[in-house]
Write a protein that binds this ligand. Structure first.
Ligand SMILES: Cc1ncc(COP(=O)(O)OP(=O)(O)O)c(N)n1
Ligand SMILES: Cc1nc(C(=O)O)sc1CCOP(=O)(O)O
Ligand SMILES: [Mg+2]
Length: 351
């Protein structure tokens, strides 16, 4: 019995330390964050302190049936986000095992490991938020989906073209279908390191662990959504006028839609806010903003000319014959614009 207990503790101390090392490398080389790097190192050292000789001596690798068990999913990782998620999961599980079996071994170890597990959850949440903001910052093109037989292949084609931000928008499907579609898109985006946003529905966003939700002026109040989603998820807001833009910034939106730039059948009946509103946003908006509405490969130059550095489209990609190619075209135009006209950061209270 004691030998089994020691082997469990030995294996999980190793597992937790290895996972922490993977996370630590990202804090160090990916984020250049000294404090977080040191925090991970400190946890590793604390675990090393509990990893006593008696536990190591119980190790019996040749007889361990677990060493040959690998899941096919372990062979590949779609993105750094996935690497981090898998390793956070590994560390948290190992810490839980150490806590439970540690109660039989040493109560002081069990309670130290419990505290560590809570702190690791906090780090995970923080890193995912930092990651989301970094991807949002760099995502100049935003695809809003429309119902399509080719939903997944079109979105994947756009992701292959370098798309970094996807919104699932479906006003027709029943909830079961929406849930299934959102789940698949969530996975697809994760594989490509893109952010995944759900239109209108906070419940659906939570159910599939989306990166956030997009709310229009007639959707759920912003404060409710924030309360349900917490501080770590993104909330985008549609705006159609300077007043709405100012309000969205004040309520804490992470990004805004600015439009419709042109009238569009995708949002029939909504009058165009026009290029004038794009110019206003370019001068006054202090948070990431996406020009939207009727934008295609023919008129994007006008929109960029009015000051947009990010655009959001539905039909231009969802109905494209070659979504990868169209995505690459948009991104190239946007990158060129960003290179020659770096984003200014107006006073946040000026809008
Ligand atoms: C990026 C982006 N901007 C605007 C909208 C429109 O949102 P809303 O006004 O709520 O209209 P619906 O999309 O819900 O019909 C959007 N979805 N995305
Ligand atoms: C969903 C949506 N919201 C808009 C807004 O102005 O808030 S315009 C729009 C539709 C954009 O579709 P397309 O690229 O096909 O014109
Ligand atoms: Mg809406």
């Amino acid at each position: 019995m004691q030998s089994a207990l020691y082997r469990i503790l030995d294996a999980n101390l190793d597992r937790a330390r290895e996972g922490l090392r993977v996370i630590e490398e990202w804090c160090r080389f990916g984020l250049n964050d000294v404090a977080l790097t040191e925090r991970c190192k400190y946890w590793r050292q604390e675990l090393a302190h509990w990893h006593q000789a008696e536990l190591r001596a119980a190790r019996n690798t040749p007889d361990d049936p677990g060493t040959d068990l690998t899941h096919p999913n372990e062979a590949t990782r779609g993105s750094i986000e996935q690497v981090l998620q898998v390793n956070f999961c590994r560390v948290e599980e190992a810490l839980r095992v150490l806590e439970e079996y540690g109660k039989v071994y040493r109560a002081d170890m069990a309670s130290a490991v419990k505290q560590m597990r809570y702190q690791v959850y906090t780090l995970e949440s923080h890193l995912m938020t930092v990651h989301r903001r970094q991807v949002l910052d760099s995502a100049a093109l935003y695809l809003v989906t429309s119902p399509s037989e080719n939903l997944f292949s079109t979105v994947e084609a756009a992701l292959k073209g370098g798309l970094g931000l996807v919104q699932y928008r479906d006003k027709e499907a029943d909830d079961a279908t929406r849930f299934q579609n959102a789940q698949k898109l969530r996975e697809l985006c994760r594989d490509y390191g893109a952010l995944f946003i759900v239109n209108d529905r906070v419940d659906l966003a939570l159910a599939v662990d989306a990166d956030g939700v997009h709310l229009g002026q007639d959707d759920m109040p912003f404060a409710w959504a924030r309360q349900m989603l917490g501080q770590h998820k993104l909330i985008g807001r549609s705006t159609h006028s300077p007043e709405q833009l100012k309000a969205a910034i004040a309520e804490g939106a992470d990004y805004v839609g600015v439009g419709p730039v042109y009238e569009t059948p995708t949002k029939a009946g909504r009058p165009a806010a026009g290029l004038e509103y794009v110019k206003y946003a370019a001068e006054h908006c202090s948070i990431p903003w996406y020009a939207i509405g009727g934008i295609d490969t023919q008129n994007i130059h006008e929109v960029l000319g009015a000051g947009a550095q990010r655009v959001s489209v539905v039909r231009a990609i969802m109905q494209a014959e070659q979504p990868t190619f169209v995505t690459q075209f948009f991104i190239a135009q946007l990158e060129q614009k960003r290179r020659f006209q770096p984003q200014s950061t107006p006073d946040p209270w000026e809008a």
